[in-house]
Design a protein around this ligand. Sequence first.
Ligand SMILES: Nc1nc2c(ncn2[C@@H]2O[C@H](COP(=O)(O)OP(=O)(O)OP(=O)(O)O)[C@@H](O)[C@H]2O)c(=O)[nH]1
Ligand SMILES: [Mg+2]
Length: 330
Amino acid sequence: MPANLTPQYREAEERFREAATHEEKRVALHEMMALMPKHKGTEKLQADLRRRLAKLEEEAEHGAKGGARRVDPGHVRREGAGQWVLIGPPNAGKSALLAALTHARPEVAPYPFTTHAPQPGMMPFEDVQVQLVDTPAVAAAHTEPYMVNLVRNADGVLVVLDPTADDLAESLAACRGLLERGRVWPREKPLPPEASPLLVMRPVHLVLNKADLDGDGTFASLARESAGEELRGFTVSAEHGHGLEELRGRLFADLGRVRIYAKEPGKKPDFARPFVLETGSTVHDLARLVHKDIAENLRFARIWGHARFDGQQVDRHHVLADRDVVELHA
Ligand SMILES: Nc1nc2c(ncn2[C@@H]2O[C@H](COP(=O)(O)OP(=O)(O)OP(=O)(O)O)[C@@H](O)[C@H]2O)c(=O)[nH]1
Ligand SMILES: [Mg+2]
């Protein structure tokens, strides 16, 4: 029986063949399995893919041949309320931006390809921390292969550009190419009807740096025009601080998270350490984070915040809002 593999499957297969890292191979194999038509004609192929995946996963678990454990440079462990990856051409100021927004101290230098490996930093915002990851330059001539996974696994992507640079169009194209390979679709951009089911919708913003060199903002306006409307643009100066406070607020807001302060009956809320949940989470989701037993035995909760009156009693299905104070009753 013919397998009738789709063009989308063939693309995933191509990515598997070209994959440079272990993690890229694993992702491509998962995509191939998801895209494979499930019928009698593909049973052998399905079994073969499962075998290959099991082998890859075992290698990751026990280290590659020779005993050395392979570390995927494209994987940065997520910390804080969410993770944004900074991508862009050489010299755009990605590292300068990381230094300005976080306590990290990456190398910043007036020559290209200064950054050689991803470097995370934690950006404080009000009472939470957001993770930013600085990365090596994206260029038409060379982009680190692991960058594909880095952008795919992040909660959001910042495309950092120097709008006064003369190769802006090429830089933008290289960044778009990387997002495409990572199957990251800017959330604001309408999805075409034939879009791949593997696309992940993420906030993708344009950060136009070096505003201090762009007197009346002409270069930034031109850059926004060529980037199109689907990317929200921020004009900043990493070195002079312009626009950074607005960006900081956006980076938390666009993660789509709420901060919840838990409170025990008769005690004051713990304002120092909010629980961070996805927007749309319920009282039950919070209870699960606090303790499994509380979640199982939850009777009701009281809420202070956006609810109609303070201390209002709600059930487990109640949807939480940012900065609610919640008292769980089990
Ligand atoms: N005038 C001005 N210069 C900046 C600004 N941000 C960064 N720079 C300068 O631009 C140069 C490159 O900055 P980096 O932060 O190293 O750039 P990068 O994007 O990390 O570069 P690579 O690591 O090579 O990809 C440095 O000389 C910085 O001092 C800014 O807002 N204004
Ligand atoms: Mg750098």
